[in-house]
Design a protein around this ligand. Structure first.
Ligand SMILES: [Zn+2]
Ligand SMILES: [Zn+2]
Length: 404
């Protein structure tokens, strides 16, 4: 890398205006090939980090999120780099053409985007030789601009995955069940007609494309699960749902006051419980109670309610808004989840005397709020610069890797 850097330094020292036209055109050609090779190396390195889930070291939820947060990469580019890297593994000819700089990242993207796992499976079923396809498309990419390559790729797609799956169009039944299991998890099953599924999918994709960093989500299924929860939270927060027994529907957590005030990880305390889903562990109860927007019921030793923290909701709305304006997004390092996905985190928990104030508040998305309670990460705001800093459980700081 240091040799590459000094070569680039030398390059920026060249007075391009002094070169002959031939030399200039040669240089542009060489640089274009070199840029392709660097893009291919970047894609391979991203793939290696993605495979090893190295991004978790910085508390990021996915390689894509890490690229956006730590390298300030545009979302489309982050998606393209991660996805191209994954799919090139099955396309050695295309990968080799990219690595040697003969084709660009745009060519590689056009080819890999079409090579979905579903289509590869269909092609295999139809007896289409993937190696042959890979070679043909790589040759096409070597000879044409990306838009022309795309037309060749479209022909392959039309052969493998022609439209015309109008089966079972009449069945519009929908089923959806959820049950709270003995394992402390909620189990969901369901089945939809195409139209109903399309509505659900459209809403979920909109939330997933915002790259919501929640839970330990990584796989498509996990991100989809988070999006479904976000959909429900958004509907509850928007206040447009029908009232239930004269009240706006809301999530309620019941927690023992002693358990709430105990230090993180202190043994011997029972957790809290949720109205429908049942018992939750103490850290999770503390996290839910941390956000002033969740209705909480505190109970004493006898299990009788001491305080129902609902009246706080209106008085804290202004503080929350002020915090949203100051923080703008989740303050965890490298995360830019927007305010509507964020909880209001008390840096010093209110159960330990921390006030519900702008000074003691921070926006954290659900994933990073979980990281700070259950996961042991901490965030602190530098009073001088006003910048948030994030620390791992071992006390080391999570820093941006994009350089100064
Ligand atoms: Zn919190
Ligand atoms: Zn976050």
């Amino acid at each position: 890398m240091s040799e590459l850097r000094s070569a680039l330094d030398e390059l920026t020292g060249i007075a391009f205006g002094d070169l002959s036209e031939d030399a200039l055109l040669d240089l542009v050609g060489d640089l274009s090939v070199t840029a392709n090779r660097v893009a291919a190396a970047l894609t391979s390195a991203v793939r290696a980090a993605d495979r090893r889930e190295a991004y978790r070291r910085d508390g990021a939820v996915s390689m894509k999120a890490w690229l956006r947060g730590s390298c300030r990469m545009a979302p489309e580019q982050a998606t393209a780099t991660v996805s191209t890297g994954r799919r090139l593994e099955q396309l050695p000819e295309t990968a080799a053409a990219f690595a040697s700089g003969e084709i660009s990242a745009a060519h590689a993207r056009v080819i890999t985007r079409a090579m979905t796992p579903g289509r590869l499976a269909k092609a295999a079923d139809a007896g289409i030789d993937l190696g042959l396809t890979d070679g043909i498309l790589a040759d096409l990419a070597r000879a044409t601009a990306p838009n022309e390559t795309a037309r060749g790729v479209a022909q392959w797609v039309a052969g493998v995955d022609p439209d015309g799956t109008l089966d079972d169009a009449a069945d519009t039944r929908r089923r959806f069940t959820m049950a709270s299991g003995l394992d402390g998890r909620v189990h969901v099953r369901g089945e939809f007609d195409a139209v109903g599924g399309e509505y659900l999918h459209t809403a979920l994709v909109a939330l997933m494309n915002g790259d919501r960093p929640a839970g330990d989500a990584r796989s498509h299924a996990e991100r989809q699960g988070d999006a479904l929860v976000a959909l429900a939270r958004g509907a509850l927060d928007a206040g447009g749902l029908p009232t239930v027994r004269g009240e706006r529907p809301h999530v309620r957590v019941t927690i023992d006051l002693m358990a709430l005030c105990a230090e993180r990880g202190a043994p011997g305390f029972s957790g809290g419980s949720l109205g429908w889903a049942g018992p939750i562990n103490p850290e999770t109860a503390r996290r839910l109670a941390c956000d002033a927007g969740v209705a909480r019921i505190l109970t004493g030793p006898s299990g009788l309610p001491l305080d129902v923290g609902r009246e706080q909701r209106t008085s804290t709305a202004g503080i929350r808004r002020a915090t949203e304006i100051r923080d703008d997004h989740c303050v965890f390092a490298g995360c830019d989840a927007p305010p509507e996905w964020c909880d209001f985190h008390h840096v010093v928990h209110w159960a330990h005397g921390g006030p519900t104030s702008c000074d003691n508040g921070a926006l954290l998305c659900e994933r990073h709020h979980t990281g700070c309670h259950e996961g042991g990460f901490t965030i602190r705001r530098n009073p001088g610069t006003g910048r948030w800093r994030t620390y791992r459980p071992d006390g080391t700081e999570v820093l941006s890797r994009a350089g100064p």
